[in-house]
Design a protein around this ligand. Sequence first.
Ligand code: GAR
Length: 192
Amino acid sequence: MAISTGSKVIRTAVFISGTGSNLKSLIKFSKLKISPISINLIVSNNTKSKGLKYANIFKIKKKIFTFKNKTDEKKILVELKKNKIDLICLAGFMKILSKTFIKNFKGRILNIHPSLLPKFKGLNTHERAINKKEKYSGCTVHFVNSKLDSGKIILQKKVKIKKSDTPKTLAKRILSQEHRLYPKAILKVFNL
Ligand code: GAR
């Protein structure tokens, strides 16, 4: 599973659609000495993504694409190449990437998902976990393949579901675990 880095820093693009709290935690992680990655590009499909503010705060290049057609995906591939991006981290990115796009970055796209995969792929994970009366939910970092939320699992963290939990309270507790899990999974991927 490990990707070899040699000793070079892995130039990384983070794809977001919303708040970007995972992006923020990845940026903080990237600044630590132990981190194998640098974050060189932030990509969003949504001009209103709150997370885009981190591009300004941390002086990271940002690009917005609608991802609505193949031309957009081609443009983003050009941009990734131009910025010598080696790794893509999806962090709350709500678009499905095409097979062709994934093929171009085979084994080099990671995603974080707010459930214990293979349970609850897709959307509304917390609501579904509560309705199914699961004892635990959690989060998963996995490699991206052409099937939704189905690539090889890198790391997972379990979170206990409380009787009093609503989708909102559960999401909040899981999100704070996501912030720790993604950096750990990156270290694992690079055998560190
Ligand atoms: C996170 O919980 C992430 O796991 C989830 O969206 C949230 C984004 O939060 N991703 C998915 O549901 C992907 N299918 P953030 O924008 O604050 O990082």
